[in-house]
Design a binder for this molecule. Structure first.
Ligand code: PEP
Length: 275
């Protein structure tokens, strides 16, 4: 059984005060939503400078703090970069690798992603590898080939033991920050393709256990239908993760992640309705 994994990607947003206000409010909102954090993995991928403060707020509360990028070298003359050992020193256990904005604005290649995934593994940091086609590929009908290539290139030389430590986020570029979500059927088709490529490369046992997220304009109003799909195990959420109440609603996408007491109440309501 794959455990749902809902993650927020804050990109370059929030001051420290805004980040800590969010953290406190988010903890409260998850309680209000009756979320049982043993049933769903939750992470905020925050700017580096917010990570320590957020870790203190989320300590022992079952909410992870992750980084949005890292370099693959451990130390050296790489001005402006952050290394995996620096992240693990801070207790960071998750990192996004190959987000489309990094590929597009900072020239991040799939070959660099593969090196980063290997480096993350050696420091016990779990990567979320992002892959997705652009609008041109989608309109030309070459989206499957594009995603297959991006996935295989980003995992080039990555061993099964390293890959199974990672999650993959399918993020079609035309749906990121555009308000345009892939239909649940489009998202499922691509998640299933990703799982089949992973199975070809690593075998079905590894592929079946890997978490595949969907990302692209996920909101509290569309999360449930996406999560209902067989191969979609979670979501990588950009804009909507900046609002604590909205993100908590996304995490509480259905009763399966809520506390038993709440579930019993809803079962009772259903029974009442049926009689
Ligand atoms: C993202 O940043 O990965 C993302 C999916 O953004 P948004 O939810 O805003 O489309």
């Amino acid at each position: 059984m794959r455990k749902p994994f809902i993650a927020g990607n804050w990109k370059m947003h929030k001051t420290i005060n805004e980040a800590t206000d969010f953290g406190e409010l988010f903890v409260q909102k998850l309680k209000d939503e009756q979320v049982d954090l043993s049933k769903v993995d939750v992470a905020i991928f925050a700017p580096y400078i917010h990570m320590s403060a957020l870790k203190v707020i989320f300590l022992l509360r079952g909410i992870d703090v992750g980084a949005q990028n890292m370099f693959y070298e451990d130390k050296g003359a790489f001005t402006g970069e952050i290394s995996p050992s620096m992240l693990s020193d801070l207790g960071i256990e998750r990192v996004i690798i190959g987000h489309s904005e990094r590929r597009k604005y900072f020239g991040e290649t799939s070959a660099a992603c593969a090196r980063k995934i290997k480096a993350a593994y050696t420091h016990d940091i779990r990567p979320v590898l992002c892959v997705g086609e652009d609008l041109e590929d989608r309109e030309a009908g070459s989206h499957k080939d594009a995603v297959r290539k991006m996935l295989l290139d980003s995992l080039d030389g990555v061993q099964a033991v390293e890959a199974e430590f990672a999650a993959v986020a399918y993020e079609p570029l035309w749906a990121i920050g555009t308000g345009k979500t892939a239909t649940p059927e489009q998202a499922e088709e691509m998640a299933a393709l990703i799982r089949s490529v992973l199975a070809e490369k690593y075998g079905s046992k590894v592929a079946d256990d890997m978490i595949i997220q969907y990302g692209g304009s996920v909101k509290s109003t569309n999360i449930a239908e996406l999560m209902a799909k067989e191969d979609i195990d979670g979501a990588l959420v950009g804009g909507a993760s900046l609002d604590a109440a909205e993100f908590a609603k996304i995490v509480a996408f259905d009763d399966s992640v809520k506390k038993e007491s709440l579930k019993q109440v809803s079962v009772k309501n259903v029974l009442k309705k049926d009689n």
